[in-house]
Design a protein around this ligand. Structure first.
Ligand code: PAP
Length: 326
C-alpha cells in the first residue's frame, strides 16, 4: 500500500502514554517482571538500566524493534526538561529554512513537538504510520537512551543531536511540570522529587547514564552525535545555530550569514518568541509544560546549599570516569 504524504499535525503531549493500558501479553509479562518504583505515580519500571513510566515501555520496545530512519532524517534526543522544545524548534527551522518563511512558518501555529514528533509517542499510540507520512527530510525527537534506540538508528548515517542541562535545573523544571500532572497523580513535593531524582528514579533516568551513553558515543562517532549544552546555547544562541546547521549538513552560505539569517533564526526560536506564538490549534497546547522561565540557575530558588552540594557530589561521582561536565 502506498503511503500518502501528509502535513504536520498537532500531537498529544508525551505524558498521555501514562494513560495507555498495557494489554499486549508479550509486553505485560515482561513489564510485570521488572523492578518497580511506586513513589512516582502511576509507576515506573526499570528496563535495561533505565526507569520509564511502565505504560511507556511497550512503545519504547516497539520503536526499538521496528523503527527504521530515512537516510536524511535528523534525530533530536534529550533527557526530559533539558531544552528539547528549544532544540526541536531550532533544528526544524534551520533544516527547513528554504521551505518556510518566518511569516508563514509552521511554528506560528504548531508547537515544536508537533513539528518534531516524538518517535516513541507514536509507537505507544500505535500510530507509527503517521511518521511515515511526513515528508523528507524529517526531524524526529526521542527521550529514549542511546542503548535502547533501534539498531537501524545506530547504524544509519542520520545524525543525532543530544541536548543536556545542569541536573539541578532539570529537577526544578521537572518538578514544575510534574505538578501539572494533577489529573494523573498527587503532585510530589520538591523534596520527594529531589530524592527520586538523586536515586535516578525518574522517567528515562538516571540522568547521568542517559547523557553519558550519548556522550561516550559522540567521542567515537563525532559525525553521528553532537552534544549541545543548554547553558552554552543560552549564552550564544547564534553560535549554536551554526553548529547545528554544520552538523546536520546544511551550513549557512556566505550570503545567508551576511543577511543575518543565523541571528534571525536564533531570535525566531527564542524563549519569548516561541512562548508567545499562537499555538491554539495545537492539541499539545500545554504551553506551561514547555515554557516556564528558560534560564540557568533557577535551582538556587528551590534548593538549600546542602541539597545542591549533595547533587553536585553525586553528579561528579557518576561522571568521574569520563571527561564530561554539564
Ligand atoms: P520537555 O522534556 O517537556 O520537552 P524541555 O523542552 O526539554 O521539556 O525543557 C523545558 C525547559 O526548557 C523549560 O525550562 P524551565 O522550566 O527551567 O523554564 C523551558 O522554559 C525551557 N525552554 C523552552 N523553550 C526555550 C527557549 N526557546 N529558550 C530557552 N529555554 C527554553
Amino acid at each position: 500500500m502506498e503511503v500518502q504524504e501528509s502535513s504536520l499535525k498537532p500531537c498529544p503531549p508525551l505524558i498521555v502514554v501514562t494513560n495507555i493500558e498495557v494489554t499486549d501479553g508479550k509486553y505485560k509479562e515482561l513489564i510485570d517482571s521488572l523492578p518497580k518504583e511506586e513513589r512516582f505515580p502511576p509507576g515506573l519500571r526499570k528496563y535495561k538500566g533505565f526507569w520509564q513510566f511502565q505504560n511507556a515501555i511497550p512503545g519504547v520496545l516497539a520503536m526499538k524493534e521496528d523503527f527504521k530512519p530515512r537516510c536524511d532524517d535528523v534525530i533530536v534526543s534529550s533527557f526530559p526538561k533539558s531544552g528539547t522544545t528549544w532544540l526541536k524548534a531550532l533544528t526544524f527551522t534551520i533544516m527547513h529554512r528554504d521551505k518556510y518563511t518566518f511569516s508563514s512558518h509552521p511554528l506560528l501555529k504548531l508547537n515544536p513537538h508537533d513539528c518534531v514528533p516524538f518517535i516513541e509517542l507514536h509507537y505507544s499510540l500505535k500510530n507509527e504510520q503517521y511518521l511515515e507520512t511526513l515528508p523528507s527530510p524529517r526531524v524526529l525527537g526521542t527521550h529514549v537512551p542511546y542503548s535502547l534506540l533501534s539498531d537501524s538508528i545506530k547504524t544509519s548515517t542520520c545524525p543525532i543531536i543530544h541536548i543536556c542541562r545542569d541536573p539541578k535545573d532539570v529537577i526544578v523544571s521537572f518538578w514544575h511540570m510534574s505538578a501539572k500532572f494533577d489529573w494523573l497523580m498527587e503532585p510530589l513535593s520538591f523534596k520527594q522529587t529531589y530524592e527520586l531524582f538523586c536515586e535516578g528514579r525518574v522517567p528515562t533516568g538516571p540522568v547521568w547514564d542517559n547523557v553519558l551513553e550519548y556522550y561516550t558515543k559522540s567521542l567515537s562517532s563525532p559525525k553521528k552525535i553532537l552534544i549541545i549544552k543548554y547553558a552554552e546555547m543560552l549564552k550564544d544562541p547564534a553560535n549554536s545555530v551554526m553548529r547545528i546547521a554544520n552538523f546536520i549538513g546544511c551550513p549557512f552560505s556566505k550570503e545567508e550569514m551576511k543577511s543575518g539569517l543565523v541571528e534571525k533564526i536564533a531570535e525566531f526560536c527564542s524563549f519569548n518568541k516561541l512562548k508567545n506564538f499562537d499555538t491554539k490549534q495545537s492539541e499539545g497546547n500545554l504551553k506551561s509544560y514547555y515554557y516556564r522561565k528558560g534560564i540557568v540557575g533557577d535551582w538556587q530558588n528551590y534548593m538549600t546549599p546542602e541539597m545542591a552540594n549533595n547533587l553536585d557530589k553525586i553528579t561528579k561521582e557518576k561522571l568521574c570516569d569520563s571527561s564530561f561536565t554539564f
